[in-house]
Design a protein around this ligand. Structure first.
Ligand SMILES: *Cc1c(COP(=O)(O)O)cnc(C)c1O
Length: 325
């Protein structure tokens, strides 16, 4: 089976679709950091995107490209995290009904946010039920369209608009660091970087405990791992998708990993120095830069801060842990 991969043209179309709907998020810098690294670092602040993460871009673009019949029937997504909220908000804005399949024990704040965007939430029991099966059942029974979180051309194209904006604002970069879960954000970022700043070395960064992407790149085929455990809860995917692996394999410079304690240090830096809340997963790219996993001296470096949705009590506990180490 040959895959039809999205291209930069699709990212350009997505950016037109998202104009006036998604925020054009700011690009922030820290002189303290630049001095410490001897580099110029630009942070693309998707923690300040609508619903708190870049996932709004892909979710909205996917829904905006549905046929009238598909819109009328409604959509379904399975997620306990940012993709659920992205699909729920996009559906509300486009007048589409959304069903989100969520574990019964999902954090109350996340469930409340999803319900707040007008979505129907279908609970499942993590221990005994398979969420994909439940979602597929709804597709069969109710004619809903499944919106996958990353392995989908319009989702990838939407996610690529963040780095398109970044590069338009900063001009050419030498290196770019992007958080990696299932690879939708990284794939879209690669399309934009290739088109606008072709010499830029693009790195994907995943939690050390969930290095399926790195293992897949080394092996040359998709590696599936057991459910990893990390505070980077938006990057606990067990495997890349077919589209995302293909784009990553073609264009990425390398895939890197960081530890949870490096993520906590990064969160602390953003809170103290830059006065912004970045969730653990959102810090993956930044942690690779702070720890200079590749040499950066004298370079112009982009970093995607992918999201800011973290329960404030958990945020406080993590910062406290960081302060003790
Ligand atoms: C989903 C998510 C990621 C990972 O994105 P993928 O497209 O799955 O690689 C990174 N950061 C945040 C905040 C997320 O919500």
């Amino acid at each position: 089976m040959s895959l039809v991969l999205p291209a930069y043209d699709d990212v350009v179309r997505a950016s037109q679709t998202l104009k006036g709907v998604a925020h054009r998020t700011p690009v922030l810098v820290s002189h303290t950091l630049n001095e410490r690294l001897g580099a110029q670092v630009f942070f693309k602040c998707e923690n300040l995107q609508r619903m708190g993460a870049f996932k709004f871009r892909g979710g909205y673009n996917a829904l905006a490209n549905l046929s009238d019949a598909q819109r009328q029937a409604g959509v379904v997504a399975f997620s306990s995290g940012n993709h659920a909220q992205a699909v729920a908000l996009a559906a509300q804005l486009l007048g589409v009904s959304a069903t989100i399949v969520m574990p019964a024990d999902a954090p109350r704040a996340k469930k409340a946010a999803t319900l707040g965007y007008g979505a129907r939430v279908v609970d499942y029991d993590r221990a005994t039920q398979d969420r994909e099966e439940i979602a597929r059942g709804l597709v069969d029974k109710e004619g809903l369209t499944l919106i996958p979180p990353f392995d989908h051309a319009e989702v990838i194209a939407g996610q690529g608009t963040a780095v398109k904006e970044l590069l338009e604002d900063t001009g050419g970069l030498d290196a770019l660091f992007v958080p990696l879960g299932g690879g939708g954000l990284l794939s879209g970022s690669l399309l934009s970087a290739q088109a606008i700043s072709p010499d830029c070395a693009v790195y994907g960064v995943e939690p050390e405990a969930g290095s399926d992407g790195q293992q897949s790149l080394r092996k040359g085929s998709v590696v599936r791992i057991a459910q990893p455990s990390s505070i980077a809860d938006g990057a606990l995917t067990q495997a890349l998708g077919n589209l995302t692996f293909s784009l990553i394999q073609q264009h990425v410079r390398d895939l890197l990993t960081v530890t949870d304690s490096q993520l906590i240090q990064a969160m602390q830096f953003f809170a103290e120095r830059m006065k912004i809340v970045v969730e653990p997963t959102g810090c993956l790219g930044a942690a690779a830069v702070f720890n200079e996993l590749v040499p950066l001296k004298g370079q112009r470096v982009g970093v995607v801060l992918s999201g800011g949705n973290v329960d404030l009590a958990a945020f406080g506990r993590l910062l406290e842990q960081g302060a003790q180490t």
